[in-house]
Design a protein around this ligand. Sequence first.
Ligand code: GLV
Ligand code: MN
Ligand code: MN
Length: 395
Amino acid sequence: MPDDFERMWADLAPVGRSATSGGYNRSPFTAPETELRAWFVEQCRARGLRVEGDSYGNVVGWWDVGAGPAVLTGSHLDSVLDGGAYDGPLGVVSGLAALDLLRSRGVAPARPIGVSVFVEEEGSRFGLACLGSRLATGAVSWDQARELRDRDGVAFGDVVAGGASSSLLSSVGTFVELHVEQGRDLVDRGAAVGVASEIWPHGRYRFDFAGSANHAGTTRMEDRADPMLTYAFTALGANKQARLAGERATFGRVSVEPNGTNAVPSHVTAWLDARCATEESLAALVEGITTQATDRAGRDGTALVVTVESVSPAVAFDAALAARVAADHEGGDWPVIPTQAGHDAGILSAAGIPTAMLFVRNPTGVSHSPAEHAELPDCLVGVSALADTLERLTR
Ligand code: GLV
Ligand code: MN
Ligand code: MN
């Protein structure tokens, strides 16, 4: 089994890797991500799994054993821009490796098992995170999804066949996603693996700041309507509000028009990613940031429009299932911990599918970065925890 995991991990390592940063660019339907999904289909076929795809790009490899509702595992193969190797692929590779491990243990599952790949989990290209799983569960309609556009104006509807609905998940009774931890909770607890209790509610909000283009030299400072200034105060204010409340507010993407060194810009668009422990505190944080930004715009002579792009409600994973997944591994129970990161598991859970998540320790806690990492021995503990879970759930 270690060989299988390492061999698969070595297959993926070069795909979409930047020679300069060492990070990964695996946006959906670009060459690297398409290559990864083709690799996944090959791996499924090599294991005799029945491959089923839907018209959105989601794929499942089915081990058609037993009868009744299936247990699905898996994750995603796309990355954020210049992301790490583990966020997504660890869950897919571990799913295949866990299946190999069950077979090598001679386990005969009483229910079918599937390994899934959901497309556009990060929303790095079309802006809506978990797009594939939202479509597969019906949380987003095809009519909404087809109009989502990437930075070059290409519509999602132009890159997939699409259609009204997907039956990919119709036989799924339980979903288990394994994922690299994206914080340091497991490091602090000294545990190789943990189980998710909940996902913080979070959202994406577009801030459009409009001002007036003008000369950087001849325009007196007091005569400007500079949207960059309003944006800068907004980013500082958002950071302070979130920091004081123990919440998260991030402006990680900005676009400036016309983006010239010697001109006051005419327009700044910035995207806020906000996350809080409760839906009420999330709404209050976004309102607080918007109020401060609007006030600042008034003083700068600029105009602000805030557009809610997506809001993902709080997810409380099935507590009994989490306890069952966490119980009695290598002499103890895995810790059950919350996360501030979004996942396809949250979408399936919200769709009423009993869902659990396993996390694998990340020694630095760094994620969405080339520095994201998990040690091989921890990854292998994750694979056997996943195999144990699949075995328990398909007895
Ligand atoms: C996905 O990784 C997210 O939490 O943004
Ligand atoms: Mn991610
Ligand atoms: Mn992920």
